[in-house]
Design a protein around this ligand. Structure first.
Ligand SMILES: *Cc1c(COP(=O)(O)O)cnc(C)c1O
Length: 423
C-alpha cells in the first residue's frame, strides 16, 4: 500500500469532507521552498505550508538549535519552574514588539493564543467588578477553531454547527477602502449598546477571508475609539507576524498600540507548534492581587516548551538577518510588478500586495463559495502543475517562504496566469 492509501484507511484530515475530496498527497521530503511526494514529484510550496514556514523546509540553522536544546533540556513543567530559553524568547520579543507589550504567556497554537487573549479580556473586567462580556470582531474574521476563537470568527464554514453556543460577539464591517466611516460608526454604535470587553482583529490583512486588506490609519482610528471607551484591543498577528507584511509585525505600521498581541504560525519558523499571547503591564496588573481567584487559571501542559523556545529564538535570529530582510523586499518588489501586469487582465477583478502577501480575485459567473467549484478547479490545476496554492473561493493568494528563489516565484506567477486563462 502507498502512504496515500494507508492514510485513507486511518486518518481524519482538517477542513476535509472525506467522501468528496481527493486522497491526500504524501510528502516525504522538503528543502527550501520545495517539497517532494512519495513518488518523487516536486512541488513549490507557495503558501509556506499554511503560512508557517518563512525560512524554508528542513532549515538546518533551526534544526541545529532544536537538536542542541533537545539534548540539553527537552521539556520541563512551567508551573513553578522556568528556564533560559523562555526568558530569552521574552527578552527578544520585548526588543521587537510594540513598546507597550510587557508580559508574555505561552501556549501551543494560534487558536489558543486567541483563546487566552479573549479569556484575559473577559476576566480583566470580572476582576475589576465591571460587567463587560461582549467581544467585538470583524465580519469574515478568522481567529481559530477553539470555542472562543471560533465565536470571534465570522466565516460560516467554520462555525455554523455551533451557532447559539458562543460567548457574545458583535461584528463590525472591515474598514476596506470606502467603508472606513461605516466601520468607525458601527464600532461606536456597538460600544454604546453593549458592555464591551474587547475588540479582536487581524491587523491590516484578514488571512483566511482571502487576504482582505485595509489601511493602518483606519485601524489606528478603531483602536483609539476602543481606548477612549476602555475596550481592550487584541491584535491577532498569528498570520501577519514575523515579516509577512514587510515589517516585523503588521502593528508596526499602526500608530496606536493594542493591549494584547497573539503570535504563532511563523514564530518557530514552521518547526514546532508554539504560540504566545503578549500583554501590557496594565492588563497583567488586573490579575496581580492577594486574591488567588484573580489569577489567570489557564495553562497548557506543553506551555513554554524549551525546544519550541529554542526554535523560536533561532527563527527570530534568522528573520533579523540582512539577508532575510532583503529577501522580503525582493519578494515584495516582485509581487508589485506581477500585480501591475495581472490587474489589467480582463478576467481579473482586483489584485493586491502587502509585504510577501499577494492576492488576485478572479471574475466568476456564479457566486463563488469558500470551497466552491472554481476553487476546486483552480486547486487541482495548481497541484497538477506542481505548485501548492489553496485558493479561497475565486481568490488566489501567494504567501511564499521568504527564501523562495526568483525562478520559483516566476513559475508560481506563470502558473497563476495559466490558471486564469483556464477557468
Ligand atoms: C491560523 C490562524 C489562527 C489559528 O491558528 P491555529 O494555529 O491554526 O490554531 C488564528 N488567527 C489567525 C489570524 C490565523 O491566521
Amino acid at each position: 500500500m502507498t502512504l496515500t492509501e494507508k492514510d485513507s484507511q486511518y486518518l481524519w484530515h482538517p477542513y476535509t469532507q472525506h467522501k468528496t475530496s481527493q486522497t491526500s498527497i504524501a510528502i516525504s521530503r522538503g528543502e527550501g521552498a520545495l517539497l517532494w511526494d512519495e513518488n518523487g514529484k516536486e512541488y513549490i510550496d507557495a503558501i509556506a505550508s499554511w503560512w508557517v514556514n518563512p525560512f524554508g523546509h528542513s532549515n538546518k540553522f533551526i534544526a541545529d538549535a532544536i537538536y542542541k536544546q533537545l539534548t540539553t533540556l527537552e521539556h520541563v513543567l512551567f508551573g513553578g519552574f522556568t528556564h533560559e530559553p523562555a526568558i530569552k524568547v521574552a527578552e527578544r520579543l520585548m526588543e521587537i514588539l510594540p513598546k507597550n507589550q510587557q508580559k508574555i504567556f505561552f501556549s501551543d497554537n494560534g487558536s489558543t493564543a486567541v483563546e487566552v487573549a479573549i479569556k484575559v479580556a473577559l476576566q480583566y473586567f470580572f476582576n475589576k467588578n465591571e460587567k463587560r462580556t461582549t467581544i467585538i470582531a470583524f465580519e469574515n474574521a478568522f481567529h481559530g477553531d477553539t470555542f472562543a476563537a471560533m465565536a470571534a470568527s465570522g466565516i460560516s464554514f467554520y462555525t455554523q454547527a455551533f451557532q447559539g453556543m458562543f460567548i457574545d460577539v458583535v461584528r463590525i464591517p472591515v474598514p476596506v477602502k470606502g467603508k472606513e466611516q461605516e466601520s468607525f460608526d458601527a464600532l461606536k454604535d456597538v460600544i454604546e449598546n453593549n458592555n464591551c470587553a474587547g475588540f479582536i482583529f487581524e491587523p491590516l490583512v484578514q488571512g483566511a477571508a482571502g487576504m482582505v486588506m485595509y489601511e493602518p490609519e483606519a485601524l489606528a482610528k478603531l483602536i483609539k475609539i476602543c481606548r477612549e471607551n476602555k475596550v481592550l484591543t487584541i491584535a491577532d498577528e498569528v498570520m501577519t507576524g514575523f515579516g509577512k507584511t514587510g515589517k516585523t509585525f503588521a502593528m508596526d505600521y499602526v500608530l496606536e498600540n493594542p493591549d494584547m498581541i497573539c503570535l504563532s504560525k511563523a514564530l518557530t519558523g514552521g518547526t514546532i507548534p508554539m504560540a504566545i499571547t503578549t500583554f501590557t503591564q496594565e492588563v497583567f496588573d488586573a490579575f496581580y492581587d492577594d486574591d488567588i481567584n484573580k489569577a489567570l487559571f489557564h495553562g497548557h501542559t506543553f506551555t513554554a516548551n524549551p525546544t519550541g523556545c529554542a526554535a523560536a529564538l533561532a527563527s527570530m535570529n534568522l528573520l533579523q538577518t540582512e539577508e532575510m530582510q532583503a529577501n522580503i523586499e525582493r519578494i515584495n518588489s516582485s509581487h508589485l510588478i506581477f500585480q501591475k501586469k495581472i490587474e489589467k487582465h480582463s478576467k481579473v477583478i482586483t489584485a493586491r500586495t502587502l509585504g510577501v502577501i499577494f492576492a488576485v480575485e478572479i471574475k466568476s459567473d456564479s457566486e463563488e463559495s469558500y470551497y466552491g467549484s472554481m476553487r476546486n478547479k483552480l486547486y487541482n490545476f495548481f497541484i497538477e502543475k506542481g505548485v501548492i496554492l489553496r485558493p479561497v473561493g475565486n481568490i488566489v493568494y501567494i504567501l511564499p517562504p521568504y527564501i523562495m528563489t526568483n525562478e520559483q516565484l516566476q513559475k508560481v506567477y506563470q502558473t497563476i496566469e495559466e490558471a486564469i486563462e483556464m477557468v
